[in-house]
Design a protein around this ligand. Structure first.
Ligand code: AMP
Length: 113
């Protein structure tokens, strides 16, 4: 758990990725393996391994992640057509990166995804 997550490596510049949104607490990138035309990851700079590890003190941070996703959906013009916001948690959800991230998925009908 002490090793850096891929998202921390992106934040520190050790792995290259285009940061499409950044503020003091949160950043966003395009998913490297998109499942839809729009697939963005909204990520807190603070590493929290899973949703199970959230504390009461993280409520504002998680709320802000949703507000960033909402704003990006608006800027990409998919707010009215629709989108999905998703946190995967642990094995059954097939979480692969243990640094929470909010998937913003849209730009097309998602019924098969
Ligand atoms: P999850 O399965 O919810 O843990 O999602 C992890 C996501 O991170 C997957 O959708 C991956 O495609 C994505 N991912 C992994 N490495 C990178 C990377 N270097 N840049 C962008 N997205 C990544």
């Amino acid at each position: 758990m002490n090793s850096k997550s891929v998202f921390e490596l992106i934040l520190s510049g050790e792995i290259e990725s285009e940061v499409i949104y950044e503020d003091n607490d949160i950043f966003a990138i395009n998913d490297i393996n998109p499942v839809a035309r729009v697939h963005i990851l909204v990520i807190p700079k603070k590493k929290i391994a899973t949703i199970n590890n959230l504390n009461d003190s993280d409520v504002d941070l998680v709320g802000k992640m949703i507000m960033v996703a909402k704003q990006l959906a608006y800027e990409l013009g998919i707010d009215n057509t629709g989108y999905r916001l998703l946190f995967n948690t642990n094995d059954d959800a097939m979480q692969t990166v243990f640094h929470i991230h909010l998937h913003l998925i849209g730009g097309q009908k998602l019924k098969d995804i």
